[in-house]
Ligand binder design. Structure first.
Ligand code: IMP
Length: 197
């Protein structure tokens, strides 16, 4: 198993920004990465009802087609006062143009007068060709603010202030956010576990 993961991992995503970010985390361990788009593997439709389910779906689909260990992820913003929305639909709230100013306005409108507590989730799944798999999940808790602040990051970053900080994710430089984010928490769990593979 050790040999397997150390050799090559396919990153099951067609999103170049996401692949670059995941490559950055994986560079902490010596593993060769191949994005699934370089192998012409289409992303499956995200039909599951949970972040973990969707991460596993993407990774299993790619592992089956490549016969290589594959890593899939799914992430989003959960707002308890909106019954968990946008949740697994976080990307879709940006509409076909992926306009997150629009998505943030939608959040603000629906949240009027309600509790602004929220969290980001990132689930990652690694699936091996023999169907063995592991799933990891990171969360970062915080509060939503309005108007949006900051020029860094993406998605809902400008309206999210992590607990214990005064700045939004949008006001934090990439390197800083990457140390405290839901994605970094999930990858750190993954790195702890692969020591034993
Ligand atoms: P997916 O993981 O590709 O399905 O996309 C998740 C969506 O959740 C993104 O398009 C963002 O809108 C949102 N999201 C996930 N992680 C973050 C983050 O770190 N900052 C801001 N928005 C995020």
């Amino acid at each position: 198993m050790k040999k397997n993961i150390r050799n090559k991992v396919v990153i099951a995503s067609n999103n170049k920004d996401k692949v670059e970010e995941i490559k950055g985390y994986l560079s902490r361990i010596s593993v060769k990465t191949i994005p699934s788009y370089e192998l012409n593997i289409p992303e499956p439709e995200e039909t599951e009802k949970t972040f973990k389910g969707n991460a596993l779906l993407k990774a299993s689909h790619t592992a089956k087609l490549t016969n290589l260990p594959s890593l899939g992820d799914d992430s989003g913003l959960v707002i308890p006062a909106l019954n968990g929305k946008p949740g697994i639909f976080s990307a879709r709230w940006g509409g076909p143009k992926k306009d997150f100013n629009l998505a943030m306005k939608k959040v603000n409108k629906k949240l009027m007068g309600k509790n602004n507590f929220a969290w980001f989730v990132c689930s990652i799944a690694i699936v091996f060709p023999n169907n063995r798999y592991n799933i990891f999940e990171g969360r970062v808790y915080g509060n939503l603010t309005w108007p949006p602040r900051g020029k860094y990051g993406f998605g809902y970053d400008p309206i999210f202030i992590p607990l214990g900080y005064k700045k939004t994710f949008g006001e934090m430089k990439k390197e800083f956010k990457e140390n405290i984010s839901h994605r970094s928490i999930a990858f750190n769990q993954f790195f702890e576990i692969i020591k034993f593979f």
